[in-house]
Design a protein around this ligand. Sequence first.
Ligand SMILES: C[S@@+](CC[C@H](N)C(=O)[O-])C[C@H]1O[C@@H](n2cnc3c(N)ncnc32)[C@H](O)[C@@H]1O
Length: 295
Amino acid sequence: MPALRCTEFNFGPKAHSDTFCDNLQQATDNILVFIQAGIFRPSLKRAKDGANNRQQKDRISALHFQCTIDTCVGALCDSQTKEYKMKQEIRKDFDQVATQWDTKPFRAKMANDVATAMIREIHPSADMKVLDFGCGTGLLTLKLQPLVKAITGADSSHGMLGVLKNKIKTQGLTNVHTEFVDFEKGEHVEGGYNLIVSSMVAHHVPDTLALFKEWHRLLLPGGQLCFADLDTEVGAFHGDNTGVFHQGFDRQELRLLLQEVGFHTIRDTTATIMSKEIEGQGFRDFPIFLICAKN
Ligand SMILES: C[S@@+](CC[C@H](N)C(=O)[O-])C[C@H]1O[C@@H](n2cnc3c(N)ncnc32)[C@H](O)[C@@H]1O
């Protein structure tokens, strides 16, 4: 194991040459990279946009993934084996915020707007078995529940699921089920769904391609996927970026990933634009996309 050093990167807007790739590769090969993600990720995004060819773009994408973790990133590499070990213990503790989750009108509005857009795009029907992946307290789940045969809310937080379970009980709902699943720990939900919906979850999952593969596996042939998340932003949306592995997404990149996994008839729209007060900056608009696809 080589001696570990720390450094901090801040690549400029023109950092998109082969030298950039080589330097970055060398750095991540040999040292403990300590990155202020707020600075680093937008720079990598610019670098990727400016890449001269597909190979450069792929290399930057790979490094981007390796380096994507909350405000500080630890990417530890044994230079002899060239195997990276991500330090990804930093996840948001949704259990801690579960009982307060629904008290913010902002969240109810977002779920309402996303549900409205999903209903417009997908037309959920009474014969559909639906999975809400990363359902949280069920804000979206319960908007779709009256329209479908059955809906399962799956989530990796017992606390969030506990709030949803209370709602199911007090409202006497018979077609809503809950399932604990931590996708990142390799846990799986049983498949066989006509529709998978998900809102504001993908940015909490480091490996988007693996997530899409899982969604593809869970859908019945001819099933549909419809998920909402942030368009690319600079990391301002979440006051605390703990557990935020992607500062929004580029719709086109997601469409290509979905295609790679086997989805087709992929389309995107803007589900809503959320206005949020950012400390010291006043209100800022954050577009939330909705991507739907068939498997
Ligand atoms: C921002 S909340 C969104 C909740 C809900 N979809 C909503 O719109 O109100 C993200 C949710 O994703 C869940 N989540 C994060 N990582 C997950 C994983 N690896 N597997 C399953 N659920 C996950 C969290 O527990 C949390 O409830």
